[in-house]
Design a protein around this ligand. Structure first.
Ligand code: IMP
Length: 426
């Protein structure tokens, strides 16, 4: 059976740390959607690792790491990331790439940047994610199997590239010349062929075999539920299915293969890019969260927008994902506050509502004020009982509002700074 880890806010909840601490109990760790727009920072001792495409299980020596068919891969970003872990030779047999995963090419990135210059920009990471998924859905994308076959099918692949780039050029979406765009794409495919080919395989069959042998599989979501293409704050979303349902499409496993779902949420909220964020605090509280929580994007370095915990968004996401349990992250960032405002309802079209409307930009938060634990600290605490009384009360209130038990509480960036509650194995 497989377990699933999924972000239930706007991404950057700390999924990487949780996958990293749980990885020892699993044999396979699988990424199933998104691309190098994602970013996990994992701290082990005095070393910091920035992961974008490689699953967080890479830091646990016995884990096999899979980049599933639902992921979009920019070859040079992946190759660069592989170098952190000793490069190709060190990773052979520990990292596998689905032959059905789609490839991000230089013109996808240029198109993403050019679309972002328009008035209705999304605030994307400009990594080419949306344009690559666009080609996938339009059935004109190139996949990892094309990379593996590149020398044999060179002419037909180049003809497909030329056709796609010509269409984009005709719509005046790209500044670079057709020749340049095709040539940079060919170079990208050539280096992908040379370096990545040994890693490209049918990961769906690999996972089915692993499952038949009773291996334990952990599926690792990227981004967060509020950025889901269908259920998030559209159009200010990413271009994949970030919720639990996407894990099957993006890995080849079936819904009945998923045993449990662990939702990851921060003790407050953040978001990067544009789009509705009801609890955003442009004043002192937001600035304090940003500073204490080091809320800057791993991928783009952008300052994250910060604000209080939104219980409605979290409850909505937990229902979408079918969360069995929650890991609450960065509780220590709230240390020192006299009181903490939590959003418990929205004011919407002249009334008070307790659900997430499709036009979230028209909702304003209604807060409940909870006592903080100023003068006490939760930093680095590893046992629930040792937490400040008001921190425990805060956790209990979040559980009540969200309707799911909080099984793990992170009290610092280090692997060891974590509290396990109830039965922690998800
Ligand atoms: P894209 O995924 O680059 O197309 O960006 C679409 C939206 O998703 C933008 O608001 C990004 O800031 C946001 N986004 C994409 N990846 C992440 C992530 O890993 N964490 C948080 N936000 C993300």
């Amino acid at each position: 059976m497989a377990d699933l880890i999924v972000g239930i806010q706007w991404g950057d909840e700390g999924k990487g740390k949780i996958v990293d601490v749980l990885a020892k109990d699993y044999d396979y760790i699988v990424r199933y959607q998104g691309g190098h727009n994602a970013g996990h920072t994992i701290v082990v001792g005095d070393k910091k690792y920035a992961l974008h495409l490689i699953p967080s299980g890479i830091l646990t020596s016995h884990c096999i790491n899979i980049i599933g068919n639902g992921v979009v891969i920019e070859p040079s970003a992946l190759i660069e990331e592989m170098r952190q872990f000793g490069g190709e030779q060190a990773l052979l047999g520990r990292l596998f790439i689905s032959d059905r995963a789609h490839i991000i090419l230089p013109f996808h990135q240029e198109l993403d940047s050019s679309l972002e210059r328009a008035a209705n920009a999304i605030g994307t990471t400009k990594k080419g994610i949306g344009p690559c998924y666009t080609d996938k859905i339009a059935r004109i994308g190139l996949r990892a199997c094309d990379v593996r076959n590149f020398p044999a099918q060179r002419e037909s692949i180049i003809a497909r590239l030329q056709e796609r780039v010509r269409t984009l050029k005709e719509s005046n979406m790209l500044d670079s010349s057709l020749e340049e765009l095709v040539q940079t794409s060919i170079s990208s495919l050539e280096s992908a062929y040379t370096i990545l080919s040994p890693f490209i395989t049918d990961t769906t069959s690999l996972l089915w075999e692993a499952q038949a042998q009773g291996k334990r599989i952990l599926l690792e979501g990227a981004q967060g539920s509020m950025l889901d293409i269908d259920h998030g704050t559209y159009p200010f979303v990413t271009s994949s299915t970030t919720i639990a349902a996407g894990s099957c499409a993006g890995s080849g496993l079936a819904p009945r293969d998923i045993a449990s779902v662990l939702g990851i949420m921060k003790a407050y909220c953040t978001r990067v890019g544009h789009g509705p964020f009801p609890t955003e605090d442009g004043k002192e509280f937001g600035a304090l969260l940003c500073e204490k929580g080091a809320e800057f994007g791993t991928t783009t370095g952008r300052k994250r927008r910060c604000g209080g915990f939104d219980a409605l968004a979290a409850r909505y996401a937990c229902r979408l994902n079918g969360c069995d349990k929650i890991a609450l992250m960065k509780l220590d960032v709230l240390d020192g506050l006299e009181e903490i405002a939590v959003c418990v309802a929205y004011q919407y079209q002249g009334r008070k509502i307790a659900y997430v409307p499709s036009d979230l930009e028209n909702a304003t938060p209604i807060y409940e004020i909870l006592p903080g634990w100023a003068g006490e600290s939760s930093k680095g605490i590893k046992s629930y009982d040792a937490l400040p009384t008001n921190a425990k009360a805060y956790i209990a209130r979040l559980e009540e509002l969200v309707g799911v038990k909080i099984a793990m509480i992170s009290t610092g960036a280090e692997r060891s700074e974590i509290i396990y509650r109830y039965d922690c194995a998800i």
